[in-house]
Design a protein around this ligand. Structure first.
Ligand code: GTP
Length: 570
């Protein structure tokens, strides 16, 4: 492919606005995946991603597309959608020249749309606004068009209105990618230079680094160096992502693909790193920084005899995720464990869920905290600690007040978009959380966008829930009776399962009604003749373990008519 016929782009969106659905349609339209198979969100590979419906790790695919007689190579770089992963988003974006900014035609611009827009804007990318879900009954694409014009200063006639679900107008998106996004600026004759924008770990093949080639060519057998670690490796395999790995002889500048070179864990191929040839060193690409954990929590095995199993599970998971930091820790009450650092709360939850699902581990997590810095008060102390500022990741390790002149805490710039009737309440909540207002504007007749500087510690755990319950407060008077009625109806229509099911109605995080469907006990002993008590115990234990898991994953069989019954009689 000549460079003129290559386009590198990403899809960015607020959670649930339809990024993965659009990616699936683009893959189908270009024949990359088969339409007939069940392709629901092929790019969301991890089980956690499918369950939560969120994208955690970036996945990439190369698409071939014919337009007016010319073959194009379109590299779609799928970015994670959640705020915790915005560092990964910004790195993926540096491999692109343009983005599709997807906005839900019903919900309009949301906080994450704004954050992602600015990442793309700062990276000077071409931005194609795509208004999705126009098939929804309440869709109001004209209103969203106006919001886009007002907030991002993009003329409304540049918006493409689609339904990713139905495939309506998706072809137009591909044409816009070709027309509006420039080809990458690369030099094939220069020495090889590539950006690592993602990496995964494969048990058998080691680290698979996803790379975008800025200059030159790379092939099997080349000796390459990581600019960050300065380690040298021999390339074992290169290839393209379709979206599964497909080996190739060479990768050329302008292409996006993968590279395997005997790296043992993902800390050796960190996102944002530059790779170059051992014999032709080059200036690394700008902007690399290691992802910094911002939320710390203690993790302990529920049973200390599980310590070694858990240790190996944590090690295996961190091989795949270099942004988690691990320090050994112990507590009088909970025994030996670790203090783990995560990019954010969701990152922590996903890590925990993967431990449970992929390694069958049960753990206790302590309430998350953020790192603080203490500025030391005397030269003697500075010498002792070998630093002027010390970072504290565990509240138990706060230094004595007399040793410190100043404490520093992390702050974040937050964007809140709210219907204007709640503006007063939202502002009060923000003030109560020690936030400083930075900006306020109307994005349409009755929606307000607020920007605040928040101390991270004030918002890390329950801010979102508080915010949500503020705006649903109007429903609370009636909520209790409605909640109770729905719970009762659900209780009557759900069949008993192997485990007890709690049905709860909640407003925000507040539970307002509860019913229980009792468990029935499957007779696992039915197959067990005679009196072998150990075998019986084993079966019962297995059943108990199974129950624990089932209830957690929430594999409740809900008959279709239960939904109907619950929704019908209000
Ligand atoms: P994250 O990966 O979490 O960022 O979500 P996403 O932006 O990838 O959203 P996803 O594609 O998972 O879509 C979210 C939900 O919206 C799913 O239930 C989709 O079926 C639905 N959806 C996506 N596109 C459309 C559309 O055009 N019309 C309608 N009605 N629903 C859609």
């Amino acid at each position: 492919f000549s460079v003129e016929n290559i386009r590198n782009f990403s899809i960015i969106a607020h959670v649930d606005h339809g990024k993965s659905t659009l990616a699936d349609r683009l893959l189908e339209l270009t024949g990359t995946i088969d339409k007939t198979k069940n392709n629901k969100q092929v790019l969301d590979k991890l089980q956690v991603e499918r369950e939560r419906g969120i994208t955690v790790k970036a996945q990439t695919a190369s698409l071939f597309y014919n337009c007016e007689g010319k073959q194009y190579l379109l590299n779609l770089i799928d970015t994670p959608g959640h705020v915790d992963f915005s560092y990964e988003v910004s790195r993926s974006l540096s491999a692109c020249q343009g983005v599709l900014l997807v906005v839900d035609a019903n919900e309009g611009i949301q906080a994450q749309t704004v954050a992602n827009f600015f990442l793309a804007f700062e990276a000077q990318l071409s931005i194609i606004p795509v208004i999705n879900k126009v098939d929804l009954k309440n869709a109001d694409p004209e209103r969203v068009e106006k919001q886009i014009e007002k907030v991002f200063d993009i003329p409304s006639d540049e918006c493409i209105k689609i339904s990713a679900k139905l495939g309506t107008n998706v072809e137009r998106v591909l044409q816009a990618v070709i027309e509006r996004i420039p080809p990458p600026k690369v030099h094939r004759k220069n020495p090889f230079k590539a950006l690592v924008f993602d990496s995964t770990f494969d048990q058998y093949r080691g680290v698979i680094a996803n790379v975008a080639l800025f200059d030159g060519v790379v092939s099997k057998g080349d000796k390459i160096v990581s600019a960050h670690t300065k380690k040298t490796y021999e390339v074992n395999e290169v290839g393209v992502l379709n979206p599964n790995e497909q080996p190739a002889h060479k990768l050329y500048a302008g292409q996006v693909g993968y590279l395997i070179a005997g790296m043992k864990d993902v800390t050796e191929a960190q996102i944002g790193d530059t790779l170059y040839l051992h014999k032709q060193p080059v200036e690394p690409l700008p902007g690399f920084k290691s992802a910094k954990p911002m939320v710390f929590a203690g993790m302990y095995p529920i049973d200390q005899s599980e310590y070694n199993n858990l240790k190996s599970a944590v090690e295996k998971l961190t091989i795949n995720d270099s942004s988690v930091t691990v320090h050994r820790d112990s507590s009088l009450a909970l025994g030996a464990g670790w203090r783990l650092g995560f990019l954010g709360l969701l990152h922590m939850e996903v890590f925990n869920q993967r431990l449970e699902q992929e390694y069958n581990a049960s753990v206790i997590l302590t309430t998350p905290t953020v790192p603080y810095k203490a500025v030391l008060s005397s030269a003697k102390l500075i010498k002792e600690y070998r630093e002027k500022e010390i970072t504290i990741i565990n509240p138990a390790q706060f230094p004595d007040k007399s040793k410190v002149t100043e404490y520093l805490e992390p702050v974040v710039l937050g964007t809140i978009i709210t219907p204007d009737e709640y503006t007063g309440k939202v502002m009060m909540l923000c003030q109560a959380r020690r936030a400083v207002q930075k900006n306020m504007m109307y994005i349409d007749q009755n929606r307000v966008m607020l920007k605040y500087l928040f101390p991270l510690n004030e918002i890390v755990v329950d801010f979102y829930d508080s915010l949500k319950s503020l705006s649903s407060g109007y429903a609370r008077d009636k909520a209790h009776s409605v909640g109770k009625a729905i719970c009762e109806r659900l209780k009557d229509s759900l069949p008993r399962q192997l485990f007890e099911i709690a049905i709860q109605a909640a407003v925000g995080s507040k539970i307002i009604a509860r019913e229980t469907v009792k468990a029935y006990r499957k007779n696992v002993l039915a197959k067990c003749y005679g009196g072998d008590i150990t075998r019986k115990m084993k079966l019962l234990k297995r059943q108990a373990e199974g129950k624990k898991k089932l209830r957690k994953i929430g594999n409740i069989e809900v008959p279709k008519d239960a939904f109907i019954k619950v929704l019908k009689t209000q």
